[in-house]
Design a protein around this ligand. Structure first.
Ligand SMILES: [Mg+2]
Length: 227
């Protein structure tokens, strides 16, 4: 058996985060009495993406971004809304949404007999914990590692060092990190000396020269590679 531990990312690797966001937005728009159709979903998606890019570029904080995206959305919708109240309601609704991706449960059922499993997520603990319980994912993992509000997140080495401490300090070479995010999951783990499996369902081209140990386009492919 080549690996002792498998570290898995949560959002868009096991959980369908895009669907969770759509469901949460629609639920809160309806609760506030606003239109909640495909036009709103598309508009919000593009504004949210723009706000995330600003966050990643360091031009805003996570806290500001959470309100900013709704301020811009409602301005575009021509609606006057208490953005803070809406953003809070959205976070609460999101915590209640945890749809799994196809094949996620089957993958974990097959892996848990052969490997120790850890969930390593950049999600905020107050939102991720209820989502993990609701999805039924929690029971599969010996360890759950989350980035806290002001702590280090993937791909920072300190995040992965914390993950190794929380899993009893396995050698990095005995760990396979599985995730969809090139920078956070694959480069972050690669720099630590871990093996990597890039889950790339959209068949995006590889952003740079680093080669992941494995690349899969559907979750069940991982099992074939590990046989
Ligand atoms: Mg992810």
């Amino acid at each position: 058996m080549p690996y002792r531990w498998i570290f898995l990312d949560a959002d868009n690797t096991l959980l369908d985060y895009h669907r969770a966001e759509r469901q949460a937005l629609s639920q809160v728009l309806k609760a506030f009495g606003f239109p909640a159709g495909p036009a709103q979903a598309t508009r919000y998606k593009s504004i949210n993406r723009e706000c995330w890019r600003e966050l990643e570029a360091g031009r805003t904080t996570r806290q500001q971004m959470r309100k900013q995206r709704f301020a811009r959305f409602f301005e575009a919708e021509g609606l006057d809304v208490d953005v803070v109240r809406f953003a809070d309601a959205y976070q609460d609704a999101l915590a209640g949404q945890a749809p799994l991706l196809d094949g996620a449960r089957e993958l974990l059922e097959a892996l848990r007999d052969r490997f120790a499993l850890a969930l390593v997520t950049n999600g905020i603990a107050s939102i991720q914990r209820p989502r993990l319980e609701r999805s039924g994912l929690r029971t599969f993992f010996q360890a759950v590692v989350m980035s806290e509000e002001d702590g280090h997140a993937k791909p920072h080495p300190a995040f992965f060092e914390r993950a190794l401490r929380m899993t009893g300090r396995p050698r990095a070479g005995d760990v396979l990190m599985v995730g969809d995010n090139w920078e956070a999951d694959i480069l972050g783990a690669h720099r630590m000396g871990m093996a990597t499996c890039w889950y790339n369902p959209g068949r995006a081209s590889r952003p740079d020269e680093v080669a992941p140990t494995l690349e899969i386009h559907a979750l069940e492919e991982l099992l074939r590679h590990l046989d």
